[in-house]
Design a protein around this ligand. Sequence first.
Ligand SMILES: Nc1nc2c(c(=O)[nH]1)N[C@H]1C(S)=C(S)[C@@H](COP(=O)(O)O)O[C@H]1N2
Ligand SMILES: [Mo]
Length: 451
Amino acid sequence: MTGTKVRTLEELYRDDPERADALVFGRRTGASRRGFLNGAGLAAMGAAVGGAIPFSANMPAGLVPAALAQPSASPSGNQGAPKGPQPLEFPGKDKGLVVLGDRPLVAETPEHLLDDETTPIAKFFIRNNGQIPEAAADADAWTITVDGEVNTTLALTLGELKRRFQPRTYRMVLECGGNGRSFFSPEARGNQWTNGGAGCAEWTGVPLSEVLKAAGLKDTAKYTGHYGADPHLSGDASKESISRGMPIAKAMEEHSLVVFAMNGEPLPNIHGGPVRLVIPGWPGSLSHKWLTRIWVRDREHDGQGMKGTSYRVPIKPMIPGGKADESNFRILESMPVRGIITAPANGARLPAGTREVRLRGAAWAGDLSVAKVDVSNDFGATWTAATLKPVKNRYDWHRWEAALPLPSDGYYELWVRATDSNGRMQPHVAGNWNPQGYGANPMHRVAVLVG
Ligand SMILES: Nc1nc2c(c(=O)[nH]1)N[C@H]1C(S)=C(S)[C@@H](COP(=O)(O)O)O[C@H]1N2
Ligand SMILES: [Mo]
């Protein structure tokens, strides 16, 4: 195979994966069986992924090889590609974060940078819908209003909040509702997150329930509506950059916090400082940054991000790429189960003769817990249970570890799949397609080359 042809197969997988697949795996004709890589197809695939494929007999058609599916994290991978990942340039942030958009600023954390037990602030993903407000000059003077279906309208400064209530700290996952969106085919509308719209930090704050109780909830209190200080992208003061809300029951959960510190530091401006909500398990958009007001409502909130197909998923599956029937949608509540491999990195090269690979990762499951994490080195033919480390508290992620054999040198894909406490497991490919791309949680796959 010549270099030009190798690039062609890589490019083809990027541009037209179905055709690439048909080329290497052969077309289904008459009674002939499809699904085995052999002859020219195997040679082309081996050249494209960079080595012999010990478990090629299990390599599935219909799944873009991990080495070609996403931009590689390793400096050796993806060279000369027309549009590589754009590194983030932002004070205090790791340059390994990848910019998904700069107006508004959105950046994700590649899976291999989520390898810490607690995600450092420098590596925590950023998701804005509007402009980034200027940092508050006097944090303790910041005021939050609670109004609507309450007995007494409250106007609490952050200073008062800290004095009046007993703060607590939990380590909890914050995950964007669109995390995994890039795995949808056809492409769904919005930021093309891989698995990096998530992080797990130590959040210190006061339970929102205590603040709501201090205001006194009326019987008519059904739902919250959240407002913040970030201007709309257009600068139009009459528009909200985002304004979502949740049923009162979620707001009253012990872990739904009004947060003023992250990993023991005052909450950074970029993460909504001086004060934000952290509503774990549900879409990150509920975790309102630069929080100024909670409007307690007698009905479902109708702010920016509550209507149409925003933060909603189909009740009955729709035709991928088709027109949405809005009556077939429900509000996305718990995020789906997700497991990621945080080491080795996608595209890692291991020295020739390496006969075992140690894997590390994380797994979480919205407002459920994780029952099981399995890993595979042979395209899912066999699975090995990973060892789950205990969680610190509800909504924390599980760190996990595993080891897998590498029978010979060559190209491997390491796969992970997590199962939640309801027995639901990550699928091979993203399902329940929807126009704004919520709920994609296919198994995470990492390409490694031995030798
Ligand atoms: N005020 C405000 N709060 C916000 C947002 C925003 O644009 N404005 N984005 C939300 C979304 S969609 C997500 S996923 C999280 C991201 O939090 P982070 O930037 O601290 O990671 O903040 C949420 N809170
Ligand atoms: Mo989000």
